[in-house]
Design a protein around this ligand. Structure first.
Ligand SMILES: [Zn+2]
Length: 237
């Protein structure tokens, strides 16, 4: 609140509790300076539920003691704490490698929430995205396409040869065998083919990943050749 807002607040308080009125000009000036010094960083009102006049009125309604600046600073503090407690930092839209910008955005969002200019972001809003991910963040995600950055993906390739081979095949425009169900070993789409491990005594004792079965590659190739059949069916139904 600036000096004019403090003066307006004091006038409002004076109407509700005449004991706070200072008739001597010097005293009135001191009172204004004191309140301004103590409440300069407390806003008069925010779009989301804070109003210094409401807090003052509440004090005068419920307390027999004359109102002091602390009686506004305290509710303002708990208003801030309550909002920050309900806030979960949303993912900043800044480049994660740019530490300064990332931190600045986090701090800016928290400050906006604490001072009541923005609503707290709930954890649910992050996971469902129904309230809208920041469009700049959405563009960044689309650009990368994966939570694993391209450089890290390349570095990991030697350690997961099956996935690397699949990605290389996709890049060459070859059919993705893992996109269909394997009719041979019944591996579900996205799962690698498996072979049964046979125990000499009592039959199967589990499965282990193996190379993709040739019939599955053929099926994927056939589906890639006529994808329209697959796509149109649900639309017509
Ligand atoms: Zn298979």
């Amino acid at each position: 609140m600036d000096r004019r807002e403090i003066a307006a607040l004091l006038a409002y308080i004076g109407r509700l509790d005449p004991r706070t009125i200072r008739t001597d000009p010097g005293e009135a000036r001191d009172q204004l300076a004191q309140w301004h010094e103590l409440l300069g960083d407390v806003p008069m009102a925010t779009p989301h539920g804070w109003d210094a006049r409401v807090a003052a009125r509440q004090h005068i309604r419920t307390s027999p003691y004359q109102i002091l600046p602390a009686d506004l600073a305290r509710p303002w503090g708990s208003y801030r704490r309550d909002r920050l407690a309900r806030h979960t930092d949303p993912t900043p839209s800044a480049d994660p490698d740019d530490q300064a910008a990332w931190t600045a955005e986090l701090v800016g969002t928290r400050r906006a929430v604490a001072t009541g200019t923005a609503q707290p972001a709930q954890a649910r809003a992050i996971t469902t995205g129904r309230d809208g991910i920041d469009p700049r963040l959405k563009a960044r995600l689309r650009e990368i396409g994966s939570c694993i950055p391209p450089a890290a993906r390349a570095a990991l390739a030697p350690y997961r040869p099956a996935r690397a081979a699949r990605e290389a095949a996709l890049a060459r425009g070859q059919p993705d065998a893992l996109s269909v169900r394997c009719e041979w070993c019944l591996a579900q789409p996205g799962e690698p083919c498996r072979r049964r491990r046979i125990d000499p005594d009592d039959g199967a004792r589990g499965t282990a990943p193996c190379a993709t079965h040739p019939s599955r590659c053929d099926l994927a190739a056939a589906q890639q050749a006529q994808p329209s059949e697959q796509v149109q069916q649900p639309a017509m139904a």
